[in-house]
Write a protein that binds this ligand. Sequence first.
Ligand code: NAD
Ligand code: FES
Length: 287
Amino acid sequence: MPTKILHKEKLIPGRTSKLVLDAPQIASTAKPGHFVILRVDEHGERFPLTIADTDPVNGTISIVYLVLGRSTQLLEELEEGQEILDVCGPLGRATVIEKFPAPKKVICVGGGTGVAAMHHIAKGHHNAGNYVIACIGARNKDLLLFHKELSLFCDEVLVSTDDGSFGQKGIVTDLVRARLDSEGENIAEVVGVGPVPMMQAVAELTRGYGVKTTVSLNSLMVDGLGMCGACRVTVGGEMKFTCVDGPEFDGHLVDFAELRSRLASFRAEEKIEAENHRCHCFEKKEG
Ligand code: NAD
Ligand code: FES
């Protein structure tokens, strides 16, 4: 249904924005892990975005997106007060949140834009009473997201940047490895959300420690209802649909090679579409 943008924040100008949407029905039922499917205009494709936060009292949800292809460029052109043609949700299965008694802890790992979706899952673990260690990684300090927001409720927030401009120099799995080594069996679960190579690296790392690992997959989607097959992934040798069976799966069972190849197969078409759509969102307004 048409959904009004109540607030827009350019988190990383020219790259990443956050929208607060007037969506009382979705806000009242959405749980961590759920996503929405958006269509910006009548010619636009349907694309999924994980819900970064909800405010059931005020009837709002927050979404965060990386301006990457034509659809997110169109979304970026909308301003506060304007409407998105269609926002459908909440979709998918909510995160399965187990309460782990002390001294057990949960590590929530977020890379780049994935930190926003991880934020909602981390909040769910915190609200369930779990000790939450957030590990967030970005290429540099200007690309770091939700550091302040996570600090409000996480028990610890550890940061890495590839260039060392903030936090520890290196990639986010360096932080996770160090905590797995120092905490031993106290880490009950690791949750990873971010670029596919990051989620794969998290799963490969934790496999060696025998720690339960959940990843949130960002497969291509069309209907979001389990009928078109666009989002299929192989998990534990079985075909699953990310939209209805996920988006979260056991990271140790996901066929990441297949997922990476499926995501890469449409990259050329996405680039052409994005180039054909002349985006005005970053141009200076005259006058
Ligand atoms: P990025 O490529 O800048 O990476 C961010 C951080 O992730 C890096 O600084 C590093 O710490 C870590 N990382 C990346 N590759 C790694 C590897 N091989 N091993 C260990 N750590 C690694 O991130 P970005 O450009 O913001 O990412 C955008 C991608 O994230 C897009 O492809 C988008 O689709 C995906 N994404 C996924 C979700 C999801 O739900 N899984 C949500 C939002 C965005
Ligand atoms: Fe069509 Fe999942 S998006 S089956």
